[in-house]
Design a protein around this ligand. Sequence first.
Ligand SMILES: NC(=O)c1ccc[n+]([C@@H]2O[C@H](COP(=O)([O-])OP(=O)(O)OC[C@H]3O[C@@H](n4cnc5c(N)ncnc54)[C@H](O)[C@@H]3O)[C@@H](O)[C@H]2O)c1
Length: 296
Amino acid sequence: MSQHTTAPDALPAPAGQPIAVLGAGTMGVGIATLITGHGLPVVLVDVDENRLGQAPTAVARGLRMARLMGKLPRDGESGTLTTTTLVDDVREATIVIEAVTEIPETKAKVIASVSEVIAPGTPLVSNTSGIPIDELAASAVRPEDMVGAHFMNPPYLIPAIEVVRGPRTAENALRRVTALLTRLGMNAIVVGDGPGFVINRVLQRSLNGAARLVQDGVADAESVDALFRGCLGHTTGPLATADLIGLDNVVDSLRVLYDRTGDAGYLPCELLLQKVAAGDFGRKTGRGFFEYGGVL
Ligand SMILES: NC(=O)c1ccc[n+]([C@@H]2O[C@H](COP(=O)([O-])OP(=O)(O)OC[C@H]3O[C@@H](n4cnc5c(N)ncnc54)[C@H](O)[C@@H]3O)[C@@H](O)[C@H]2O)c1
């Protein structure tokens, strides 16, 4: 039986209750870096002990880089980072941020189990790329605590964030999440619910389209990206963006969008599927559309 009372409105002090991050992959580690870099404690949960073992080094590396670039405060202490495989260890969290694999069934299970242990009124945030927040909220004990927050990669370098208000999201939950994001130096832009929200409803289709151009031999990856950078002023081309996201995650996100819209523009193209089957996920494995010196 839970002994919890309603979570307090104030944000945690550096030595206080932690913010929980579920999933120690590309995004979970990046979000933990952002939060600890602002002096707040994090408890990081994953089912994969290897991922958890690598997380402290990856967070330390991210902190160093972000501070060198002036993207995180250089003064003051970092928040503590605790790692665990047990969802029970997040029961004291003031906010929970879910960043596990973009598989709807996996997220549903994680959301159901974590919402059993946290205090009523604790915002339960999903970093999903495209699953509607109200669909995820159906797995939560208290759907009104569910909010979407779509951090970009890497979260400590990109200051704007799409925040998603589901039809059942409580005003208090939304307010507490935007207060945390403001505390983290971010510009929260609140949007409505739906598959892919704003960014991925548009972006994922164009990543798929760019990959299909390479597949069909219209242009090679370098040329596609050079055109977007040189002609449209994008800082990164779509295929380098796909490599940064992770091609495995791009395929999962496209499937989420296709299953919920029936729009064939989201059907992952053959070249993307081949690269994922070959284990070429992009930056995180050292090869995707482009080759990378070091595995991130
Ligand atoms: N990669 C990006 O650029 C990006 C950007 C925005 C949002 N997202 C979203 O963030 C989420 C995470 O993406 P990622 O790129 O970090 O994926 P990832 O594959 O790098 O990491 C996912 C992590 O979740 C863990 N996990 C799986 N099941 C779990 C469970 N039951 N409990 C705890 N941990 C579990 C895995 O072990 C893995 O470490 C996805 O929803 C993705 O769509 C990704």
